[in-house]
Design a protein. Structure first.
Length: 147
């Protein structure tokens, strides 16, 4: 059996197998992936994929059933797991690139001068005085301050 599963395990290196025998002759096999912690800022789609990858596959069967189907089951699990992990890594890389691009754009926007464009003054233009804000005594909040 180990000659058959060794290449599969080499493909799916972050996999832990746990086997527990039962009194009735059945064996429970737990296949669990070891994952790095996911950043809290990751998008919801990445969190869902991460949660799916973190779920173990648990199989309870007799020795004979495991002899006939375990290697194929393990190969399928590893293949799907590897594809999903790759998709997760690509999604996280895209998020990092988007964040990096957004930071670069934001820092570039800060360096651009935001001075208003002044129209050219022509010889015949009339210069209007700037409006002066005046406040009447009745609109003041503290009229006693006038004395």
């Amino acid at each position: 059996m180990f000659k058959e599963i060794a290449p599969i395990l080499n493909q799916c290196q972050n996999l832990t197998l746990s086997m527990t025998p039962h009194n009735n002759g059945d064996i429970t096999v737990v296949m669990q992936s070891t994952l790095k912690a996911l950043d809290e800022k990751a998008p919801d789609s990445a969190k869902q994929l991460y949660a799916a990858l973190a779920m173990p596959l648990v199989v309870t069967a007799s020795e004979a059933e495991l002899d006939t189907s375990f290697v194929d089951m393990l190969a399928e699990y590893c293949q799907q797991h590897t594809q999903s992990r790759s998709a997760l890594e690509q999604a996280l890389d895209r998020v990092k690139e988007n964040n990096k691009s957004a930071r670069q754009t934001a820092s570039a926007d800060k360096t651009v001068s935001k001075a208003p464009i002044k129209p050219e003054k022509k010889e015949n233009d009339v210069v209007e005085p700037a409006p002066v804000k005046t406040e009447s005594v009745t609109t003041q909040t503290n009229p006693t301050s006038l004395f």
